[in-house]
Design a protein around this ligand. Structure first.
Ligand code: COA
Length: 453
């Protein structure tokens, strides 16, 4: 692919006055990934000039930032690794770029780290209060096609909230009106409401997800594993193969269950088992699997789907690699089920209480390892994290020139990261995007399909 030339960078502010003031963030907004999450949309034939597309997008962005005003604000450190959000209408960043290549020349967008320049990059060297929370890069190609790549701060919105924003932005660009206003009240996630004073103070034993992930036997830190080169594979499984796996899991479950395993539980179990085998773990190797859970439907009362903030958080399933490898799929899938089932309204509230009681949140945030190249949380070998996009409305973002031909996340380079997506064809197949150390990938791919034949 030819080099990408930056043509301009603009600040887009809300077109009407918005609420101005300090918005308290919940503990979840402030932990884990507090940096920007990238995604990209590709349109082959928008049939209009680059400048017309840019003007239309900037205009509609200034409109959608009125109801979604937190995205036009800035974060601010308030001590002890804690952040708050200044809703100050400073605006989003809109970057225009061009590439001499044709879209046909760029290959698979998802797999290639060389496509990083298609994404807007947030400069974490700047003071945080100068960093826009939403950045977008429009790149036009020689063939007339475009990519719209975004980077959206996870401290302000999780995946479901980000997709809600994108879908409303597309609607407004098409000339339609806002469909569902975002729900901005984050107070539901304040700890101690209702007060938990009568219960014992939550500890790390109650929330293993906030502790240190398992290490490879014989290693005292993760420095060696972090140095190893990784690679990503996109592994497609048909609907029939998913059902075959699901049957294998259900037929081998250890205890009676009220309902059979879901696709997520089944595929997680499969990926976890075979990653242990591909990595060559010994029987006594402890391993953990990170699961990102959306708490919207687990709270009582339930949170509105349009809650705009971070309602997702990580929990971990733990096992010995030997058990995962020697027992049938039903064992691994039931570990995943047990972990998800423990997340009730009470668990959510006491998890927040736990974080509230932490003196400093720095150890729980990714941004410090990026800035100072120090060791932050690492979920690589011998652990994995499986993120589900299976139920998210990922596709069909029509800005007025038809739906995208491709939608995907940004470059994917962290050992052990796995993403499940339903395929855009709507045929029930699932795409498993898996990142592993290069040395383990061939074996992983071989084992991945072995049980599906
Ligand atoms: N649309 C279509 N199907 C849905 C749905 C929706 N909105 N919500 C649930 N379902 C289906 C699921 O696909 C599943 O059916 P399947 O077995 O055929 O796949 C079933 O209902 C049960 O779903 P769920 O209760 O969500 O369980 P799960 O095992 O599929 O997923 C979690 C478990 C924890 C991954 C999931 O509940 C969750 O919280 N996902 C978070 C997604 C997210 O926010 N990702 C972005 C992270 S920033």
């Amino acid at each position: 692919m030819a080099a990408i030339r930056l043509k301009g960078s603009h600040t887009v502010r809300p077109c009407d006055p918005t609420w101005i003031g300090t918005m308290a963030l919940s503990e979840w907004d402030q932990i884990g990934c507090v940096t920007h999450v990238p995604a990209i949309y590709l349109y082959r034939s928008p049939n209009r000039s680059a400048s017309a597309i840019a003007e239309t997008l900037k205009d509609s962005l200034s409109k959608v930032l009125v109801p979604f005003y937190p995205l036009a604000g800035r974060l601010q450190w308030i001590g002890n690794g804690r952040l708050q959000l200044q809703c100050n209408a400073m605006g989003a960043r809109f970057i225009e770029a061009e590439c001499e290549s044709s879209l046909n020349d760029i290959g698979d967008l998802f797999l290639s780290p060389q496509h990083r320049n298609l994404f807007p990059s947030a400069d974490y060297g700047l003071p945080i209060h100068e960093l826009p929370l939403f950045l977008v890069q429009l790149t036009t190609f020689r063939c007339g096609g475009v990519t719209i790549a975004i980077a959206l701060s996870h401290a302000v919105a999780d995946g479901p909230a980000a997709l809600h924003f994108m879908s409303e932005w597309a609607r407004i660009t098409r000339g339609e009106t806002l469909q569902t206003p975002p729900f901005h009240d984050r107070s539901v996630f304040r700890a101690g409401q209702p007060p938990l004073a009568s219960s014992p103070r939550p500890t790390l034993d109650d929330f293993p997800e906030y502790g240190k992930p398992a290490l490879l036997l014989g290693q005292s830190d993760t420095s060696e594993e972090r140095k190893k080169k990784t690679t990503t594979a996109m592994l497609k499984i048909t609907k029939a193969q998913v059902e075959k796996l699901r049957k294998m899991a259900n037929d081998s479950r250890e205890k009676p269950m009220a309902r059979g395993f879901t696709r997520y539980e089944t595929i997680c179990g499969h990926v976890w088992r075979i990653s242990c085998k591909a990595r060559g773990h010994r029987k006594q190797q402890p391993t953990a699997m990170g699961i990102i859970i959306d708490s919207r439907s687990r709270m009582r009362p339930e949170l509105p789907r349009e809650f705009f903030g971070t309602a997702t958080f990580d929990v971990i399933a733990q096992s010995m690699a030997g058990d995962l490898m020697s027992k049938p799929l039903g064992f691994a899938a039931s570990k995943v089920r047990e972990t998800i089932e423990k997340v009730t309204d009470n668990y959510v509230r006491s998890s927040i209480e736990f974080l509230k009681n932490q003196k400093d949140l720095k150890d729980f945030q990714d941004i410090h390892s990026l800035l100072r190249k120090e060791e932050g949380p690492f979920y690589g070998n011998p652990n994995i994290t499986v993120v589900s996009w299976l139920t998210l409305p990922l596709y069909g973002f029509d800005f007025g020139w038809g739906k995208e031909q491709y939608m995907g996340p940004g470059p994917y380079e962290d050992d052990g990261n796995c993403l499940l997506m339903h395929s855009p064809e709507g045929d029930g197949s699932v795409v498993v995007a898996m990142c592993l150390q290069e040395a383990h990938m061939d074996e992983f791919k071989k084992l991945f399909y072995q049980d599906l034949l």
